[in-house]
Design a protein around this ligand. Sequence first.
Ligand code: ADP
Ligand code: MG
Length: 382
Amino acid sequence: MSDIEFSRVTKTYPGGTTAVHDLSLHIESGSFTVFVGPSGCGKTTSMRMINRMEAPSSGTITVAGQDISRTSAVKLRLGIGYVIQNAGLLPHRTVLDNVATVPVLQGQSRREARKAALEVLDRVGLDRGLAQRYPAQLSGGQQQRVGVARALAADPPVLLMDEPFSAVDPVVRAELQNEMQRLQAELHKTIVFVTHDIDEAIKLGDRVAVFGPGGRLQQFDQPQRVLSQPATDFVAGFVGRDRGYRELSFRAADAVPVHDLPLITAEEVKGIRLSKGEWRLVVDDNRHPVGWIDTTGVEGVRAGHALADSIAAGGSLFPPDGDLRHALDSAISSPSEIGVAVDDSGAVRGGVLAKDVLEQLSRQRAAEDAERNRIFFEQEPA
Ligand code: ADP
Ligand code: MG
């Protein structure tokens, strides 16, 4: 167990800036917690107090139940991996020796540590062929992976990550985020991750701590609750536009009805007569959608191309494991306003309608409200 607890922690720097104001927070062992907020609101300071790179002005922090001000900083840090922006690698050491640094400091032989380091490179998805390169010979994304590998090499139960992916381009960044999710599913570390990007926080966090001006914690909650029920105006503003739409991605779509669709083959298109506003879905021999067709013909063919393109890109169709956001998007992005539900092979299952998605949303919310009320009224009076 390596939970982390902040109790009434305040940090005022010499000079008078209060970076963190009266922070109380319990980070569960094995959870992925994200500290998010605009620049200067105390995220880094809060994180650096966990491994004693900064000391609180008042309040206490415990790791695994131990007051860290009473443990040796060296011993504490051996159990805490630390990853920063631009990876913080030693430029004059090879990738392999960078990753082996901490185990060697801990007394492992260089030979052993290098052997283990190769395995850590595999784990973070780096080619072993890169092991003898120097950091400057790697791309930004590869450097960040080395940074993660180095933090994991000594297998610490806690991992601190301060804006680790902020300096890489969006495509690589998304890959690194996916990699972190995969790693965490295997490793179950207690991870504290700092970012100023709310989308990154929502994607990665089991719990999200939103920090605001003056180092004041605004909300500490599950990501979908930050979207559906921002605790303060500050959080609502920080989360920004489309939060209702984004929240749909946390909602199951199993109960959204799939309606029968009128399907036709490409050969049948020529002879067909449709009335205004009528659509047909054209499918190939495997029931894979090819496109929509309507009375306007040319438009229909063009719409058909659009659907065929979006099949390749994975958009516009409603996939078998899709959530409510996928379901709504498939409907509203379709020229017929009917989303095309497909099975694992890509064959058509039927159509989904936006009104059904919205009805599901209302039902799920009503069920959640009922559950909240039940818990509230069953609570023992204090
Ligand atoms: P964030 O990581 O959210 O951007 P920081 O924790 O880095 O925020 O900073 C919070 C506040 O503390 C800022 O006003 C910053 O200028 C100030 N601060 C950070 N580090 C120091 C320091 N070493 N000395 C004085 N002030 C600092
Ligand atoms: Mg910071």
